[in-house]
Design a protein around this ligand. Structure first.
Ligand SMILES: *Cc1c(COP(=O)(O)O)cnc(C)c1O
Length: 386
């Protein structure tokens, strides 16, 4: 056997859906002469986001990490404060808490959805707790009815990290509008993308204004300043950051937002086909989506039976040109946080989940090839597991 993989047969784990329409939008920005941030395209994007999510405040940012940082600054998180974070996720929430000098406290997740367990959150609230960051795990919204109730009752802020969840819904409302503050990612691995990009969404206009000024070195829009009459000289009032989204990226996102429905339908079709093709496989647990919400399918993760060797299954898939990965992280196990907290459910998902190809460009034939390759890998590995 050879390790060579036929390129035509390769099925990517992820693949962004960017094409001619996005290129045409970029060409318009080039012609306009304003490629930097907070220009006409950036402002239009912020209006589109505010309207789409039904919130007064939308701030376009260079990425979701920046949006989380701005959110915690605007919410006033300081050194010594504890913020409860969902454990099973790309660990941006815990990083953001550390950026402002706070202490992340890791909350375990539900075994069926991988989203933060509201009971775990309630149990972790202590005298230093100031807020909670919930995560829409690889595109599936968390339990916001319970989470908002806990936050209100205990006087905590609630941030929705909807980085992966553009296009998902919870009880009919869009992910990104499920908590008083939400952060989106437009990274190339998410459902709508400008390569890199993000947004902060909030029901609180003052919080949005605070985040916008801090995203721009602590002064207002340079584009606007070039247009005022006279020569008022703006003053710096904050040690802000440069977290602006370029107008080039904003133009790409204007097109991507129009395509969210179409791209989501294609991901849904892939997930539905996987569910059919893998339903009989007793060594797998397939993703479960509660009736009151829909999934954006940023990733499709299956949970392997504990007797299986995940690395061996992955090696078999890769040898056949099928991309795969471990899924996401158990944050509390990352050495950088130096915590001795335990989140056993998250640790178990981190050890057993396997992400298989999921994106809007997958063909029916590729979807079937992935499912058959996975079943074949399982049948080989099953022997070792028996
Ligand atoms: C991808 C991701 C982020 C980071 O998004 P960037 O735009 O790359 O900064 C944050 N949180 C979660 C849950 C993510 O999956």
């Amino acid at each position: 056997m050879t390790a060579e993989v036929n390129r035509d047969q390769h099925v990517d784990l992820v693949h962004a859906s960017l094409g001619e329409r996005e290129l045409a939008a970029v060409a318009e920005v080039f012609a306009s002469g304003w490629p930097a941030g907070q220009g006409p395209r950036g402002k239009a994007l912020e209006s589109e986001l505010a309207e789409r999510y039904g919130v007064p405040g939308a701030v376009a940012t260079s990425n979701c990490g920046a949006a989380l940082h701005l959110a915690l600054l605007a919410l006033g998180v300081r050194e010594g404060d504890e913020v409860i974070v969902a454990d099973y996720t790309f660990p941006a929430p815990a990083h953001a808490v550390r950026w402002v000098g706070g202490t992340p406290v890791f909350a375990d997740v539900r075994a069926d959805t991988g989203t933060v367990d509201p009971d775990a959150v309630a149990d972790l609230v202590g005298p230093r707790t100031v807020g909670v960051i919930a995560v829409d795990t690889v595109g599936l919204p968390a339990d916001y009815a319970e989470l908002n109730e806990i936050a209100e009752r205990r006087g905590l802020f609630l941030v929705e990290d909807a980085a992966c969840a553009v296009g998902a819904t919870y009880r009919g409302a869009p992910a990104g509008a499920l908590a008083p503050v939400a952060c989106l990612s437009f990274h190339g691995r998410k459902g709508a993308t400008s390569g890199e990009g993000g947004a902060l969404l909030t029901a609180d206009p003052a919080l949005a204004a605070d985040a916008r000024v801090r995203s721009s070195f602590g002064i207002g829009s340079i584009f606007d300043q070039a247009r005022v009459v006279g020569l008022p000289i703006p003053e710096f009032t904050e040690i802000g950051y440069n977290y602006k989204l370029s107008d080039i990226a904003a133009a790409i996102l204007g097109v991507q937002l129009e395509r969210v429905g179409e791209l989501r339908e294609r991901r849904h079709a892939v997930a539905a086909r996987y569910a059919e093709l893998l339903a009989e496989e007793e060594l797998l647990t397939l993703p479960s989506v509660p009736d009151d919400r829909t999934h954006a399918w940023q990733s499709y993760m299956v949970t392997l039976d504990p007797r299986l060797d995940r690395a061996a299954v992955a090696a078999r898939l890769r040898a056949r040109g099928v991309g795969c990965g471990h899924g996401t992280w158990a944050s509390h196990l990352q050495p950088v946080y130096g915590t001795d907290q335990k989140c056993p459910v998250s640790a178990d998902l981190f050890a057993r989940n396997l992400a298989i190809p999921m994106h809007a460009e997958l063909t029916e034939a590729q979807t079937e090839r992935v499912a058959f390759a996975l079943r074949d890998a399982l049948s080989h590995e099953r022997k070792g597991a028996a």
